[in-house]
Write a protein that binds this ligand. Structure first.
Ligand code: SAH
Length: 271
């Protein structure tokens, strides 16, 4: 019988593989990501990659942390890109591992373009983004037939560290039935205020999923008007995905993790 790992592309020296590690649970790594971990000889990883994923790396490989070190974000990003180029030019098989998916609020595109600029060959390995996998672990579907026909992913944090100022809140509130915020914890009060001011009802369901897919995962179900207070009372900390919309109500029926701990699920959460 052929081992599927033997059929995957071979990791050649001088290449950079830009790879998503998923939201945390190592079981959510793709086969490509696993194969890359086993065959790289230099790993450059970010803050949100779980230790258990890192532990799968080829024991001979060097590991290099490229998370936040308090420098200017833009300078740091340029440093990381330059480092990837340098390692590839030294003939390494460079695995650039990022949390979730590298092309979802992960600056993977910027790093890949730097590789293009320097003629470094690369491959992109998608990962399960926290907004997808994290919500699935919380028992919240991103779409549900009677509820929404669209879902919108938003960053709550701009390059400058503020709530992005190019968001058209009126348009969002009107056209986006389900909103999924990444990096939204720091500016939660402002995000909530913008949504309410633009017309989303106080009673609209909101859920926060912290440390999604990890053993320390915490889920808070609340409403738009109560969420800032509830988050503070629960002492929730980032990383968190924030989801606003009626799909949150389905959790009463779909919280499969809660069911493992004895929660009784209801078959008709929409009533
Ligand atoms: N590329 C990543 C996102 C990076 S931005 C992806 O596709 O998932 C970092 C943000 O992602 C965090 O602020 C948080 O909003 C979210 N995030 C990443 N991992 C998470 C996790 N395990 N639980 C909850 N949120 C997470």
């Amino acid at each position: 019988m052929t081992d599927i790992l033997d059929t995957l592309p071979s990791f050649e020296p001088g290449w950079v593989w830009l790879c998503g590690a998923g939201p945390g649970d190592p079981g959510l790594l793709t086969l490509h990501a696993y194969h890359a971990l086993r065959s790289c000889d230099h790993l450059v990883y970010d803050a949100l990659v779980d230790e258990r994923c890192l532990d799968l790396v080829n024991p001979e490989a060097s590991r290099e942390y490229a998370g936040k070190r308090g420098g200017k974000p833009s300078a740091l990003q340029a440093d990381i890109s330059a480092r990837l180029v340098e390692l590839a030019r030294a003939g390494k098989r460079v695995l650039r591992l990022k949390g979730g998916d590298p092309f979802v609020f992960g600056r993977g595109g910027e790093e890949a373009l730097a590789l293009v600029e320097h003629d470094v060959p690369f491959r992109v390995i998608p990962g399960i983004s926290a907004g997808l996998g994290g919500l699935a672990y919380a028992g919240i579907p991103l779409t549900h037939r009677q509820v929404n026909t669209a879902v919108t992913f938003i960053t709550g944090h701009s390059m400058a560290g503020d709530v992005p100022d190019d968001i058209d809140w009126q348009a969002l509130v009107k056209s986006a039935p389900v909103l999924v915020f990444y990096m939204g914890m720091k500016h939660l009060p402002e995000i909530v205020e913008q949504l309410r001011r633009a017309g989303r009802p106080d009673s609209e369901p909101v859920a926060l999923v912290c440390n999604a897919t990890l053993p320390s995962m915490q889920v808070l179900e609340t409403s738009l008007s109560a969420c800032v207070e509830d988050v503070a009372a629960a002492g929730l900390e980032p990383p968190a995905i924030i989801v606003v919309g009626d799909v949150v109500r389905l959790r009463a029926g779909l919280d499969w993790q809660g069911a493992l701990d004895g929660r009784r699920l209801v078959a008709n959460p929409l009533g």
